[in-house]
Design a protein around this ligand. Structure first.
Ligand code: LLP
Length: 427
C-alpha cells in the first residue's frame, strides 16, 4: 500500500523532502500530510461526481483550517458533525451554505447557532430535533433546509454487509415501522422547515457496493412513498460516506470514478423503476479523501526482542495519536524510512509509550533486524481518524500535522505544549 520514494542516501522523501529533515526540524511523532495528494483526491471525487452531484468532505476524518481552504478551492462542500467542526469551517472561510450539519443529539444552542450562521443543510435525526429546529428557525424567520437521516436496515462493515441487522443503533429514523415516514410528515408540517431530501449512511471502510445498492433502493422507495402520500418529489438524496481505503496491501479500494458511476447508475435505475425524476445526489467521503494522504513519522526508542515471540519496537507516540488499532483492531503497515537496510526482516509489534499493554500501533509487521534506537519509521494511511481521534492520555502532547508540498513543509496544526495542557487545568 505504501510506495516510498527514496533519495540517494536511502531516506524516504515526501513532497520532495527528506523525512530526516522533517524529524529534525519539527520533531516526532508527527503526522505528515501531502497537500498535492489531498487536493488530487478531493478533485478526483469532485470530478467523478460532476456538476449534477455534491461531494461533502466528512470533517470528522480530519479537519483543520488549511483543509477547509483546500476543500473550498477544490469546490467541495463540507459535512460537520459538531459546532467545533463548524467553527473551524467558518474560521477558514467555508461559505455556510456549502456546509451540512450532522449529529444525533444536537442541542438547541447548536441548532440555533447553525440556523443563525446560515448552514445549508441540517440533517435531522429525531422527532425531538425536528420540533426543536422548527421552533428555532421560526423564531429567526428562517426557512431551514433539512434532510432526514433514515436507517435503511443495512450494516456494512469492511467486506460484508448484513441486511436488517443494523436497526439496533442510535442513528437515523427507521424505514421499518414507519418512523421515517412520520418524520417526513412532521417536517412537512412546519413552514419553517424545507424538506430537501433523505440521508443515509451505512457504515465505514466499505469495499462492496452492494450495501449502497440496498440503501439507494430503500431511500428511493421512501421518496416514492412520499410522492404518493404528499404529492411532492424531494429533490435530493445523500448516500453518506464510508468508502474504504488501503491500510495494507490486502485492501483493494475502488476509484472515485468507479464509485460515482456505480452510485449514479443505482439511483438512476431505482428512480426509473419508481417512476421518479432522479434527485440530486450527495456523498460524504472522509477517509477516502484524507486517509491515504498522511503518514505518522515516529522515532524508535527501544527495540526489545522477546525470545520465540516477536520484537517489541517502542516509538515516541502510541494509542494517543492512533487509537484505531486498539479500538477497532485496525491493521497498519510500517516502514523504516530514515535509511535502507539489507538486514533480514524480523517480526515486530510497534508499540507506544503509554501505560498499558494495549498501546499498539501496528500489531504484526516486519522491519529489518538491524533496527535501532534513533531510526525513523513511518506508518502510512493515518490521515483519517488518527489526529481527529487523538487524545491526551497520560498527558501526551498531541503531535503536529505537517503539510508538505513542492519541497516545502509547514505546520498546519502545531504540536501541543505543556502550557496547552496546563491552560485548561485551572486548579
Ligand atoms: N457521513 C456520515 C453521516 C458519517 O457518520 C460518516 C462517518 C461519514 C460521512 C464519513 O465516513 P468515511 O467516508 O470517513 O468512512 N472512527 C472510525 C470511523 C467512524 C466513522 C463515523 N462516521 C474509524 O476510525 O474507522
Amino acid at each position: 500500500s505504501c510506495t516510498v520514494a527514496r533519495n540517494a542516501e536511502g531516506a524516504a522523501t515526501v513532497g520532495g523532502i527528506d523525512v530526516r529533515r522533517l524529524a529534525a526540524e519539527f520533531g516526532t511523532p508527527a503526522y505528515v500530510l501531502d497537500e498535492e495528494d489531498f487536493r488530487a483526491r478531493a478533485r478526483a471525487w469532485r470530478d467523478a461526481f460532476g456538476a449534477g452531484a455534491d461531494v461533502y468532505y466528512a470533517g470528522k476524518a480530519f479537519l483543520s483550517k488549511a483543509i477547509v481552504r483546500w476543500l473550498h478551492e477544490e469546490a467541495l462542500n463540507l459535512d460537520v458533525c459538531s459546532v467545533g467542526e463548524l467553527a473551524v469551517a467558518l474560521a477558514a472561510g467555508m461559505p455556510p451554505e456549502r456546509i451540512a450539519l450532522h449529529g444525533n443529539n444536537k442541542s438547541a444552542d447548536e441548532l440555533e447557532h447553525a440556523v443563525k450562521t446560515g448552514v445549508g443543510h441540517i440533517v435531522v435525526d429525531s422527532y425531538e430535533e425536528i420540533e426543536r429546529l422548527a421552533a428555532i428557525a421560526a423564531r429567526h424567520g428562517v426557512r431551514q433546509q433539512v434532510l432526514i437521516r433514515v436507517t435503511v436496515g443495512v450494516e456494512a462493515h469492511t467486506h460484508e454487509f448484513i441486511a436488517t441487522a443494523h436497526e439496533d443503533q442510535k442513528f437515523g429514523l427507521s424505514l421499518n415501522g414507519g418512523a421515517a415516514a412520520e418524520a417526513v410528515r412532521r417536517v412537512l408540517g412546519h413552514d419553517s422547515l424545507e424538506l430537501r431530501g433523505i440521508h443515509s449512511h451505512i457504515g465505514s471502510q466499505i469495499f462492496d457496493m452492494a450495501g449502497f445498492e440496498v440503501a439507494a433502493r430503500r431511500v428511493v422507495g421512501l421518496l416514492a412513498g412520499i410522492r404518493d402520500e404528499h404529492g411532492v418529489e424531494l429533490p435530493e438524496i445523500d448516500l453518506g460516506g464510508g468508502l474504504g481505503i488501503a491500510y495494507t496491501s490486502e485492501d483493494d479500494p475502488r476509484e472515485p470514478a468507479e464509485i460515482a458511476a456505480a452510485l449514479a447508475e443505482i439511483v438512476r435505475r431505482e428512480c426509473a423503476a419508481a417512476n421518479l425524476n432522479a434527485p440530486r445526489l450527495s456523498v460524504e467521503p472522509g477517509r477516502a479523501i484524507v486517509g491515504p494522504t498522511a503518514f505518522t513519522l515516529y522515532e524508535v526508542g527501544t527495540v526489545k526482542p522477546l525470545e520465540g515471540l516477536r520484537t517489541y519496537v517502542s516509538v515516541d507516540g502510541g494509542m494517543s495519536d492512533n487509537i484505531r488499532t486498539a479500538l477497532y483492531d485496525a491493521e497498519y503497515s510500517v516502514a523504516l524510512v530514515s535509511r535502507t537496510s539489507e538486514a533480514a526482516p524480523m517480526l515486530v509489534r510497534v508499540v507506544g509509550k503509554h501505560c498499558e499493554s494495549g498501546d499498539i500501533v501496528v500489531r504484526d509487521a516486519f522491519l529489518p533486524s538491524d533496527l535501532a534506537p534513533g531510526d525513523l519509521i513511518a506508518v502510512p494511511a493515518t490521515g483519517a481518524y488518527c489526529r481527529s481521534m487523538a487524545s491526551n492520555y497520560n498527558h501526551a502532547l498531541r503531535p503536529p500535522v505537517l503539510a508538505v508540498r513542492d519541497g516545502a513543509a509547514r505546520v498546519i496544526v502545531r504540536r501541543e505544549t505543556e502550557e496547552d495542557l496546563l491552560r485548561l487545568d485551572i486548579g
